[in-house]
Design a protein around this ligand. Structure first.
Ligand code: ATP
Ligand code: MG
Length: 266
């Protein structure tokens, strides 16, 4: 079941034909939320073991249109997880120092170390998304980046990092509603960004850029998952299922303890 949203290398997707609403799981939201809660408890247990084991690493990459739900996904799925073992990095516009280096420089520094879960809120993929749509660099610079990224992710997986990539797929109508909420609710005003409206005007160009990203950078070791994102409860459960399934598969073990039977404390 966790494989339902996983893309397959060599089988390209047409984003416009992919539903932004999920229908493969529970019919009702209550049942989905119940399962989500149970899986989150399991995630907490698995993360504790991953941290204690201190050997393996998990990287979770999130990409979406604005208001696509990256923040909400992180807030809900990692609630209750020991913050010491999770490192969230939000990639904003590159600094002048970032720009003085190659595009993967700031990314590589943020990948998780042993025992850690790293979460990327935006990522190296911005360098084939916003950078492409806004012509920040010419095509002969961004186009070869797909291959560079595949090689980079291969290097990560070769060196003990599991890589999970989620594209949160929302409809243009859903984005409008979420922007409207940000305007209507005073405690969401801070999330409203005028620039998001400019990006909304480039919706079709972004969809093409996302589609090319999915089709060029789905590899066996680091596949993309295309997550229907209009219903938040569905999105959260879909992602949680993949994360828990992956961690079960990584099967972290508590390290062998010393024999403590003779230890006495004065
Ligand atoms: P929120 O969801 O809270 O609005 P955000 O991720 O949109 O968070 P912002 O500070 O609003 O954060 O926006 C970050 C901006 O930085 C985005 O518009 C993104 O496209 C841009 N950005 C990220 N990486 C790059 C990059 N490599 N080159 C150019 N722009 C980038
Ligand atoms: Mg923003």
């Amino acid at each position: 079941m966790p494989k339902v949203h996983r893309l397959t290398p060599g089988i390209p997707v047409v984003l416009a034909k992919k539903s932004t609403r999920g229908k493969d799981f529970h019919d009702d939201r209550d049942a989905a939320e119940q399962e989500f809660g149970e899986l989150r408890d399991e995630l907490i247990r698995l993360q504790t073991a991953l941290y204690a084991e201190g050997r393996q690493k998990l990287l979770v990459v999130l990409q979406a249109m604005d208001a696509g739900g990256k923040d909400g996904t992180i807030r809900h799925t990692f609630k209750g997880v020991n913050p010491q073992g999770v490192l969230v990095t939000s990639f904003k516009k590159p600094s002048s120092e970032d720009l003085a280096h190659d595009f993967l420089w700031r990314i590589h520094r943020a990948v998780p170390g042993r025992g850690m879960i790293g979460v990327f809120n935006r990522s190296h993929y911005e360098d084939v998304l916003v950078v492409r749509v806004n012509n920040i660099v010419p095509k002969n610079v961004w186009r070869p980046r797909y291959e560079t990224i595949n090689n980079f992710e291969k290097h990560l997986t070769d060196t003990g990092t599991r890589v999970l990539k989620f594209f949160l797929h929302i409809s243009k109508d859903e984005q409008k509603e979420r922007f409207q909420d940000r305007l209507d609710e005073p405690d969401k005003h801070w999330k409203f960004d005028h620039d998001d409206l400019n990006k909304r005007e480039q919706w079709d160009e972004y969809q093409i850029a996302f589609q090319d990203m999915l089709n060029n950078c789905t590899t066996d070791r680091a596949p993309w998952h295309l997550i229907p994102g209009d219903q938040k409860w569905y999105r959260n459960l879909a992602i949680m299922r993949v994360m828990v399934d992956t961690l079960r598969n990584m099967d972290p073990q508590y390290p062998e303890a010393d024999d403590l039977s003779n230890v006495e404390i004065d």
